[in-house]
Write a protein that binds this ligand. Structure first.
Ligand code: MD3
Ligand code: FE
Length: 216
């Protein structure tokens, strides 16, 4: 085939290594975007997006919710995984099949054949929202990867080292991109720069990121 004939077609998935252990699967979730959005809407109807307080007492700029048997929560006592939504007192909604299948296909594509996530954190960025540099250290088993799915407006992801002061790489992430973070990348500092103004054809003025974890 020639590139010209297919210039208007959806991009094919492409694999891009970032650093050891971190692989971007460009456009990997694109074919599933409509079913993912339907499932996201079902989850946020049961467990609405909310801006949690950090342990320091400030509200996060990113609104979050969860699905799966465990969900990530933050309050004045710190960060942890919990089986219940602190707002409703109910279990988090079950992980939709389309979520689990996508996360497992992405993990398998990068060599993590037995990834069984029990938690999916849904992050919703409005224009200006950001996530400052942090490590993800509340999960039980760092040999398991984290799979992230970007939807909606593009964002610039910051990827550092094992020490907060290490220099950071900037990785643009667009609608449909999936990243698998495992091995030596698993405990690196990372963050997201403030979301720029824009309007995405499907999601409007927001970015939604799904992160799949084996938390328990
Ligand atoms: C690299 N979320 O929820 S996803 C988070 O775009 C989080 O909403 C960002 O960082 C977002 O904790 C980034 C990419 C990501 C997630 C977890 C990682 C990258 C990671 C864990 C270790 C290393
Ligand atoms: Fe993180």
């Amino acid at each position: 085939m020639t590139a010209d004939l297919f210039a208007d077609a959806a991009p094919e998935p492409r694999t891009e290594p970032i650093v050891d252990g971190a692989v971007v699967l460009r456009a990997f979730a694109l074919a599933d975007d409509a079913s993912l959005l339907t499932a996201i809407n079902a989850v946020i109807t049961q467990a609405p997006l909310r801006r949690m307080q950090t342990p320091g007492g400030l509200p996060m700029s990113v609104a979050i919710t969860n699905c799966g048997s465990l969900g990530w929560v933050s309050d004045e006592r710190g960060y942890r995984y919990a089986a219940h939504d602190p707002v409703s007192g109910q279990h988090w909604p079950a992980m939709p099949a389309v979520f689990l299948q996508l996360a497992q296909r992405a993990a398998t594509a990068t060599g993590f054949v037995d990834f069984v996530p029990d938690a999916c954190l849904i992050n919703r960025y409005e224009v200006g929202a950001r996530m400052s540099l942090h490590q993800d250290k509340n999960e039980g088993d760092f040999s398991q990867p984290i799979v992230s799915v970007s939807l909606g407006l593009p964002a610039v992801f910051q990827f550092g080292g094992l020490v907060r002061g290490d220099r950071t790489l900037r990785v643009p992430l667009a609608h449909g991109d999936v990243v698998v973070w495992g091995g030596d990348a698993r405990l690196r500092f990372h963050g997201v720069l403030p979301l720029k103004t824009g309007s995405h054809a499907v999601l409007g003025a927001q970015r939604i990121n799904l992160t799949f974890r084996k938390a328990g």
